[in-house]
Every structure is written in C-alpha cells, then in structure tokens.
Design a protein around this ligand. Structure first.
Ligand SMILES: *C/C=C(C)/C=C/C=C(C)/C=C/C1=C(C)CCCC1(C)C
Length: 229
C-alpha cells in the first residue's frame, strides 16, 4: 500500500467522489446566497457550512480508509456531531424566516440528535453492545421525527401561510425520515449481522451523506429562490 487511492478500491473511490461533490455544493450554496432575499441568506450559509465541514472530513476519512482499511468511525461521528445540529438549526431558521417560533424547537431537535449520535457512536466504537447502541440511536431519531411530524415545529409550519416555506419543510421532513433511514440500515448491515462489514458500512454511510447533506441544502435553496422572486 503506497498511500494512494487504488482504482480497485470502490469504497475509497466513493470517499473521493463525495469529497468533490461536497466541495462543489459548498461553492454553489455560498454563491447562490447572492440571489435570495435577506431573510433566506443565513439558511444558505448554513447549508454551505454543512457541506464544507463534510468536505474536509471526507478528505481526511479517505486517507484513513486508504491507509488503514478501517472505518474512520471517530471522524465520521465528529462530522455528524457538527453537521446534524446545523441541519436542525435549518428547521428553526426556515420557520423563523417567515413566522415567530420558539427556541425550544431547536433545542428539542438538538437533544434528539445528540442522543441518536451518542447511541450510534458508543455502539460502533464498542463501548456498549452494538444492538443497545442501535436502540438508543433509534429512540433519538424517533424523538426528532415526532418534533417535525407532530410537535411544535410541525404545528408552527402548518399555521404559517408561506407556500415556499411549507414546501421546503415538507421536503426536509422527507429527508429526515426517508433519506435518514439509510443510516440505520448501514449500521444494521455493518454491525448487526455478526462480523463487522466495513465495506458495506462505509459505502452505505457515504451514499447517505451524499443524499442527505446535498439534497437537504438543495430543497432549502429551491424554497429560498422561489420565495425571493
Ligand atoms: C450529515 C450527516 C447526517 C445527516 C447524519 C445522520 C445520521 C443518522 C440519521 C444516524 C442514525 C442512526 C440511527 C437512527 C440508529 C443507529 C445509529 C445511527 C447513529 C447510525
């Protein structure tokens, strides 16, 4: 192994491709900020920060994978611990752009994310049984889903009259439910089948990040552009 990415390493190549997609998305969100009205600018800044943080982690994670053949678990969770709360801020921001919303919306989503990621990390790093980590992670995720489908965030959105915001909120709900379901699948394939399968785990997580970070930003961008015209 000479430290270079090998063409016969599809998992390594997927780290590379996603690094580039994250860089391009970052440039896109930051540049498009110019096009949207003032109240949407922070949302696009945050979308770009999410992909920027991920880009840097993907470069590093690729090196770890190529150099060691092992899952870059610690760096993946550091990335998630930074980017998932920023995505939760987005729910708050798109609502705050159009109506009055309490900070409790953000805090409940934040607490749900921390429980979800802590459970997953402790399970993946071997501090607790992988199945227990999975269960804790699922509970945190369920709490987030409750807030956006039934809780205050859902109610505030339903009561707002802004069509672009409602569209973005609906799309973000789909991402957090359907798109995010790829992660627990990756965990299940990776850890719950007996021996740890690092190849499947990393490919599935990489696809999940590609979808959930870039598409998440794009639906916010689409709502911002529509509402600004
Ligand atoms: C940008 C990164 C994102 C959007 C990461 C999201 C991560 C998850 C939704 C992880 C979820 C998990 C479960 C629901 C249970 C098993 C453990 C996790 C952490 C993989």
């Amino acid at each position: 192994m000479n430290g270079n990415l090998s063409v016969s390493d599809p998992v390594g190549v997927s780290f590379w491709i996603i690094s580039m997609a994250m860089v391009a998305s970052t440039a896109f969100f930051f540049l498009e900020r110019d096009r949207v009205s003032g109240k949407w600018k922070t949302s696009l800044t945050v979308a770009g920060l999410v992909t920027l943080i991920a880009a840097v982690h993907y470069y590093y994670m690729r090196d770890v994978w190529v150099g060691s053949g092992e899952s870059p678990t610690v760096f993946r969770y550091i990335d998630w611990l930074l980017t998932v709360p920023l995505q939760m801020v987005e729910f708050y921001l798109i609502l705050a752009a159009i109506t009055a919303v309490s900070g409790g919306v953000f805090w409940r989503l934040f607490i749900g994310s921390v429980i979800m990621l802590l459970g997953g990390f402790l399970g993946e790093a071997g501090y607790i049984h992988a199945t227990l980590g999975f269960v804790i992670g699922m509970l945190g995720w369920a709490y987030i889903l409750w807030e956006v489908f039934k809780g205050e965030a859902a109610q505030v959105n339903a009561a707002s009259a802004n069509a672009s915001c409602q569209k973005a909120f609906g799309a973000m709900k789909m991402i957090v439910s359907v798109g995010w379901s790829i992660y627990p699948l990756g965990y299940a394939f990776g850890y719950l089948g007996g021996a740890v399968d690092a190849n499947t785990l990393n490919v599935v997580y990489n696809i999940a990040d590609f979808v959930n970070k870039i598409a998440f930003g794009l639906v916010i961008w689409a709502a911002a552009v529509a509402d600004s015209e």
